[in-house]
Design a protein. Structure first.
Length: 276
């Protein structure tokens, strides 16, 4: 790995709970992750030494969890706070080509901000999609698989279409519903290459429950913006980063080494290096 000095902000507020897991993964990839509370970016109730700005960082991740308790809707309160306090700066950050990634709750936040599926000009907008309650009506937590189809996501440009990743899921509101004519909108996203991942069965075939844990139409599990520098996905690559995190680690080799989350996050950071 040639990565030495990539600075990554992992945004946190009350209720985020996958920030440390993500920080460990990114640190293992020799990036410099920092868990940054929203107040540090707002400059509110912090000392001058604690103050941070988005452009202090080469990339931004919004981790999983239950930000602000997921009251109103999952991710809605954090999205509203970001829009109100950092809206113009966040737009500029996205439009400058910086990588912005949302995992699980982070995906929900980016959707609430209108950054996913997103506009071609990179501006915040009214939501064009929503991640709503799983069809099962309950929290779904298990190993799941997603398939890469070869879309507009430069980080995976060298990855063969059809590649399957094992990323665990853990969410109650992950069913992606597109605004307007959902079928037409899904075809548009397919044509523009904005489908990041689809849920697949273990053999790579189209998923049905429980391999699609939330009932998302079209098995949509992740999206990118038109520029390919903003992405979101419901399952957790940081929970499949180390070999010992995988469900079969006792049956298929020694616990050292890495899982599919390592390959994915390594590709994302390599892309962030090229664009930073």
């Amino acid at each position: 790995m040639a990565r030495r000095n990539l600075s990554v902000a992992i945004l946190s507020i009350e209720g985020t709970n996958n920030d440390e897991e993500l920080a460990v993964a990114l640190r293992t990839l020799r990036a410099r992750p920092e868990i940054v509370h929203l107040k540090q970016l707002e400059g509110r109730d912090v000392t001058p030494g604690e103050r941070r700005r988005l452009f202090d960082f080469d990339a931004l991740f919004l981790p999983g969890g239950f930000s602000a308790g997921d009251y109103v809707r999952a991710g809605a309160i954090l999205a509203a706070r970001l829009r109100a306090s950092l809206g113009p700066e966040l737009e500029q950050y996205v439009r400058s080509g910086h990588v912005v990634g949302g995992i699980c709750n982070g995906f929900q936040v980016l959707t609430e901000l209108g950054l996913l599926p997103g506009r071609s000009d990179g501006r915040l907008a009214s939501p064009d999609a929503v991640l709503t309650t799983n069809l099962s009506g309950r929290y779904e937590c298990r190993p799941t698989f997603v398939g890469w189809e070869g879309g507009n996501f430069p980080a995976l440009a060298g990855t063969p279409p059809g590649t399957r990743f094992l990323f665990p899921s853990g969410h109650a509101e992950g069913r992606l519903i597109l605004g307007g004519d959902a079928e037409r909108r899904r075809r548009e996203l397919e044509a523009s290459g904005q489908i990041l991942f689809r849920w697949v069965a273990p053999d790579g075939s189209p998923a049905t429950y429980p391999w699609n844990p939330n009932g998302s139409e079209g098995n949509l599990a992740g999206l990118t913006n038109p520029g390919g520098n903003v992405f979101g996905l419901m399952p957790h690559p940081e929970r499949a980063f180390f070999r010992a995190q995988l469900p079969d680690w006792t049956r298929s080799g020694p616990p050292d080494g890495f899982g599919d989350g390592h390959a994915f996050l390594d590709a994302v950071l390599s892309y962030a290096e090229r664009t930073g």
